[in-house]
Write a protein that binds this ligand. Structure first.
Ligand SMILES: [Zn+2]
Length: 82
């Protein structure tokens, strides 16, 4: 596939791939496509940021560790700004 012929991901494409993206299950090409979209689409950027924070919290909770209060506050801030 030629890079110049690639169609850009739309928001639905990002939505479908956000989990795989955060889990590093995507190809370099897909990652570039997503990061390109995130560079100009604020709602998707926020969504990815939110999912990422949520993942961190879940991971920390799963490890039965106290998660930093700052992280929780940050998450709440993101939710409020949606
Ligand atoms: Zn978008």
């Amino acid at each position: 596939m030629k890079k110049t012929n690639q169609k850009k991901y739309d928001c639905a494409e990002i939505e479908k791939r956000v989990q795989a993206y955060l889990d590093n299950h995507l190809s370099d090409e897909e990652i570039l496509m997503i990061e390109d979209h995130l560079s100009y689409c604020l709602p998707c950027d926020k969504k990815v940021e939110f999912e990422q924070k949520l993942k961190e919290i879940i991971k920390l909770k799963a490890a039965e560790k106290e998660y930093p209060k700052a992280l929780e506050d940050e998450l709440k801030k993101i939710i409020r700004n949606r």
